[in-house]
Design a protein around this ligand. Structure first.
Ligand code: HXC
Length: 291
């Protein structure tokens, strides 16, 4: 079931048909945050290509999102692994064939799990860096001709956990730091072509796969540490997305828009509630254990 509905258009901050005639290509588009980014853009007039690994999940997300606006075209592109640029190029070709163009790209595909350094294998580290960082590079690489033709705009879904040290998130922090660097450099290189590149860094967002994995049942504790005293909503991230892709964001590039209620300024990370006791306990645990 979609999270947003018609009231996003009728009572929301954005004008209807804001993105009429535009097409967005979203990796991780069936995921808990990216599917709602897609919902907002489709409600405001865009067509969308939902890119994912699981056929069932991607088909369902595309079907659900298409119900939000009469005449919306939402293409399901399952069985695409962002670690393969060839597989992404096929998805881009299919999108252009079916939807005519690509204006906006969201690089949202990500992998995550909690693991301390002692139990994080080189291959586990590489898997996350490959999905988050190489996958983001591959996504833009595959979409580049469309972005150039349409003076498009890119949003990378980043994080805040590389602004400081977060235990159990070495792999994700390293990957997301790379994503920020990638976005900044693309903003400089591609700016003269009229292409914008920005990151959104979500903080603790309720009812997301990331929070489910990372909060470990400590949602209330996390909420009370947020300066704005609430968890974020998926709509908070959708609104940031609409802003960055809209004409209101047309002079914004090379930026990281942090949407976290002020959390990172006061946080030591969601995995750090029982730090440092937990670190020693996990580092000393027998090899092969997983959090
Ligand atoms: C330690 C683990 C592990 C765990 C996997 N590995 N899970 N190590 N603890 N819990 C290790 C494996 O043992 C293996 O290493 C290596 O990682 C690769 O695992 P595979 O299963 O072969 O990889 P793959 O099938 O490619 O899966 C990638 C994945 C997986 C990242 C490991 O979790 C995945 O596909 N996730 C996608 C969905 C997802 O994570 N969504 C959450 C996004 S939320 P060895 O050495 O044994 O070969 C998010 C929020 C970020 O990203 C921001 C937070 C604030």
């Amino acid at each position: 079931m979609p999270v947003l509905d018609q009231s996003y258009v009728t009572n929301g901050s954005w004008k209807p048909d804001l993105f009429k005639g535009k097409v967005v290509f979203i990796t991780g588009g069936a995921g808990s945050i990216c599917s709602v980014q897609a919902e907002a853009l489709v409600l405001l007039g865009a067509d969308a290509a939902i890119v994912g690994r699981s056929k069932e999940k991607t088909d369902k997300a595309a079907k659900d999102i298409a119900t939000l606006r009469s005449g919306a075209k939402v293409l399901s592109l399952p069985e695409i692994d962002v670690r393969s640029v060839q597989s992404l190029k096929k998805a881009v070709d299919k999108t252009v064939e079916e939807l005519g163009r690509i204006d906006f790209v969201i690089a949202g595909a990500a992998g995550n799990f909690l693991a301390d350094f002692n139990h994080l294998s080189s291959n586990a580290f590489k898997s996350v860096v490959d999905i988050d960082l190489l996958g983001s590079f591959n996504t833009v690489k595959a979409c580049f001709e469309q972005l150039r033709k349409n003076k498009g705009s890119i949003i990378f879904v980043s994080a805040t956990l590389h602004y400081y040290g977060v235990p159990f998130q070495i792999h994700v922090g390293a990957a997301k730091a790379g994503v920020d660097a990638l976005s900044n450099a693309l903003a400089i290189e591609l700016g003269p072509l009229g292409i914008r590149s920005n990151c959104i860094a979500p903080g603790p967002i309720a009812e997301t796969e990331g929070m489910d994995r990372l909060s470990r049942g400590k949602l209330d504790e996390i909420k009370h540490k947020v300066p704005l005293q609430r968890l974020g909503t998926k709509q908070d991230i959708a609104d940031a997305t609409v802003y960055l892709f809209s004409p209101a964001g047309s002079y914004v590039t090379g930026d990281v828009l942090v949407v976290d209620g002020g959390s990172w300024q006061v946080s030591q990370g969601v995995g750090a509630a029982d730090y440092p006791v937990s670190i020693v306990k996990y580092l000393n645990a027998p090899k092969g254990g997983k959090l």
